[in-house]
Design a protein around this ligand. Structure first.
Ligand SMILES: [Zn+2]
Length: 238
C-alpha cells in the first residue's frame, strides 16, 4: 500500500469540537453529515497539559472557500435558470483541443445589482460544482485546479450541468462541435466567474472578463468527467 505523508492540520486551538470529532471538515468546517468525506485518521494532541485524541475528517471534494460560518447556499432553481453559459473550444499549449464552459451571472440591463450578493451566489455555484480558485491565463487545462465527477451530462439538445445540494440541473444549449469534443474527451473544464457578465457580451468582452477575473482570483474552475446518462439519472432520482 502506498504510504502518503499526513496532511498537516490547522492548529488545535483553531478547531471547534465538531471539527475535532470529525463531524465538520477540519479545514473549512463544513458539516460532513451529507457530504462525501475523507477520514484523516486519529491524531494525538496535547492541550494545556492534557492528552487528547481527535478524529479529523475533511471534504472529499474541494473545501468550501472562506470561513466556516459562511456556508454557501446551493443555487436555487431561479438562479440556475438565470445563469449564462458559454461553451468554447480551445487549445492547450501542446495543441490539444479541450472544451470549456464558462458560467457567469448575467448583468441586468436596466438596474444595478449588489456585487457582494452576486459573488455569494456565484461562490455557491462554484462550490456545489466542486470548483476551486483557478489560475487561468495560459495554463488553463494543463494545471487542472480540481477534478469533479460527472458534473456534466450530454443530452439530445445540449448538455446538463449538475450541482450538489439541488436536484435542478442547468441546461446548456446545443453546440454540435463542442458536444462532440466533450463526448470524445469525456471531460469538460468548468469555469465559474464571481462577477456579473452581460449575456450578450462579445467574444472580446468575454476574453477581457476572463483576463481580469483571473488576475483578481475571481474565477473558480474544475475539470469534470462527463456522466453516463443512465447512471446519472439513477443517482438523481429523489
Ligand atoms: Zn472542507
Amino acid at each position: 500500500m502506498p504510504v502518503k505523508a499526513r496532511q498537516p492540520l490547522p492548529p488545535l486551538p483553531e478547531l471547534t469540537d465538531a471539527q475535532r470529532r470529525g463531524a465538520d471538515c477540519v479545514f473549512c468546517a463544513t458539516p460532513l453529515r451529507n457530504r462525501a468525506s475523507v477520514d484523516l485518521g486519529m491524531r494525538r494532541r496535547t492541550e494545556q497539559g492534557q492528552q487528547l485524541t481527535i478524529h479529523p475528517r475533511r471534504c472529499a471534494a474541494a473545501c468550501r472557500p472562506g470561513s466556516a460560518s459562511a456556508a454557501l447556499p446551493p443555487p436555487t432553481p431561479g438562479l440556475i435558470a438565470q445563469l449564462s453559459a458559454r461553451t468554447t473550444l480551445d487549445r492547450t499549449g501542446s495543441g490539444r483541443t479541450f472544451a470549456s464552459l464558462l458560467i457567469t451571472h448575467p448583468a441586468p440591463q436596466f438596474e444595478s445589482v449588489d456585487p457582494v450578493v452576486v459573488e455569494r451566489l456565484m461562490l455557491g455555484v462554484a462550490v456545489t460544482l466542486g470548483a476551486v480558485p483557478a489560475v487561468l491565463p495560459t495554463v488553463v487545462p494543463g494545471r487542472a485546479p480540481s477534478f469533479s465527477v460527472d458534473r456534466v451530462s450530454l443530452v439530445s439538445a445540449g448538455a446538463l450541468v449538475h450541482f450538489d445540494g439541488t436536484p435542478w440541473s442547468m441546461r446548456i444549449a446545443e453546440s454540435p462541435g463542442w458536444s462532440r469534443v466533450v463526448a470524445s474527451l469525456g471531460r469538460v473544464l468548468i469555469v465559474v466567474g464571481l462577477d456579473e457578465l452581460s449575456p450578450v457580451a462579445s467574444a472580446a468582452e468575454v476574453d477581457e472578463y476572463i483576463e481580469c477575473a483571473g488576475a483578481a482570483d475571481r474565477l473558480y474552475a474544475t475539470v469534470s468527467s462527463v456522466a453516463d446518462r443512465r447512471r446519472r439519472a439513477a443517482l438523481r432520482r429523489p
